[in-house]
Ligand binder design. Structure first.
Ligand SMILES: [Zn+2]
Length: 270
C-alpha cells in the first residue's frame, strides 16, 4: 500500500501545504481518501483533467471527524460522483454517530435534494457505519478505529477517529495515523511498540490550542517513540527542527510512503 499526503497543513493553512488529507493506494490500484476537506478539489491534483480522473479512481472514503478541513469537500465529492454515470458510489467508512451527525449537521442542507428527488447519504455513498472501536478491511488492508479526544466540553464531547492501518495481505508494517487529537501520551506509548511509523497531529504555533497536540508536548515522549513519528497538520512555515529533536521530520506535501512486505520507502511526488 502507498500513503500519499496530498496535504499536511492545519485548518488555517495555505495552498503550499493544503489541509491534512491522505490518499491511500492499495496494491490492487484502488484508492481510498482519508478525509476530504474544503481544499480537496485542488489538493487531489493540480489540473482539472487530472483531478477528474483521480476522483473516478476513488473507491472509498474515510472521514475522521467533522471539522471542515476534514469533511468540507464531501458535498463536492458526493455530487461529483453521483452525476458521473461511469462511477459507482464510493464506499464510505465512518464511526456511526459521526456519520449520522455529518449528514444532519454538515451535508443535508446541500445534498438533501436534487431536482425531483429527496436524497439521503446512502444515495451518494455505499455507507459502512462502524462502532467506535470498529475494524474494517478494504483491499486486504485492515483498519482499526482509535477514538481520540479532540474537543472536550463536558456537554457535547467531540472525538476524532484515528486509524491503525496494516496491509495484512501484503505483509505491510503497521502504521498509526492519529488524526486531530489532544496529546495522549499513554495511548501513544501503548501503540508505539507495535507501530513501525506514527503520523502525528502537530501544532507548531507559539500558543497552544489544547485541542491539537503541540510540538512541545511531543518533545516529552521517549526517544524510541519520537524516532517513529512523522509530524503533520502543522502551521505554515514552522520554525522547529524536528530531525534535531529526534523525530522523523515534518511530512512535506506530496510525500508518499510505500509500505510492503515489512519495508518502508518514502519519496516526495507532486
Ligand atoms: Zn479538527
Amino acid at each position: 500500500m502507498k500513503i500519499k499526503f496530498i496535504g499536511v497543513g492545519s485548518a488555517f493553512t495555505t495552498s503550499e501545504y493544503f489541509q491534512s488529507n491522505l490518499l491511500i493506494t492499495a496494491e490492487s490500484g484502488r484508492k481510498m481518501l482519508l478525509d476530504c476537506g474544503t481544499d480537496i478539489r485542488f489538493s487531489l491534483n493540480s489540473s482539472p483533467e487530472a483531478c477528474q480522473s483521480v476522483v473516478e479512481e476513488i473507491d472509498a472514503v474515510y472521514i475522521s471527524h467533522l471539522h471542515s478541513d476534514h469533511v468540507g469537500g464531501m458535498e463536492w465529492m458526493a455530487f461529483q460522483t453521483y452525476f458521473n454515470p461511469d462511477q459507482r458510489r464510493p464506499r464510505l467508512f465512518m464511526e456511526q454517530d459521526t456519520m449520522q451527525e455529518m449528514w444532519n449537521f454538515s451535508l443535508k442542507g446541500g445534498l438533501g435534494c436534487i431536482e425531483g428527488k429527496r436524497m439521503h447519504l446512502t444515495d451518494y455513498f455505499d455507507c459502512r457505519a462502524l462502532p467506535r472501536d470498529g475494524v474494517f478491511e478494504w483491499e486486504g488492508i485492515r483498519f482499526n478505529l482509535v477514538r481520540m479526544p479532540h474537543i472536550i466540553t463536558g456537554y457535547r464531547d467531540f472525538f476524532s477517529y484515528g486509524l491503525i492501518m496494516e496491509d495484512v495481505a501484503h505483509g505491510g508494517p503497521m502504521v498509526f495515523f492519529t488524526t486531530d487529537t489532544q496529546f495522549q501520551p499513554g495511548l501513544i506509548q501503548e501503540i508505539a511498540p507495535r507501530a513501525a511509523l506514527i503520523f502525528h497531529d502537530c501544532e507548531t504555533s507559539p500558543f497552544k490550542s489544547i485541542v491539537h497536540t503541540h510540538y512541545d508536548d511531543l518533545l516529552g515522549l521517549p526517544e524510541t517513540i519520537r524516532g517513529k513519528i512523522w509530524l503533520y497538520h502543522y502551521q505554515p512555515c514552522p520554525t522547529q527542527r524536528p530531525e534535531q529533536d529526534g523525530f522523523k521530520g515534518f511530512v512535506s506535501r506530496g510525500r508518499v510512503f510505500s509500505l510492503v512486505e515489512g519495508t518502508i520507502r518514502t519519496e516526495v511526488r507532486e
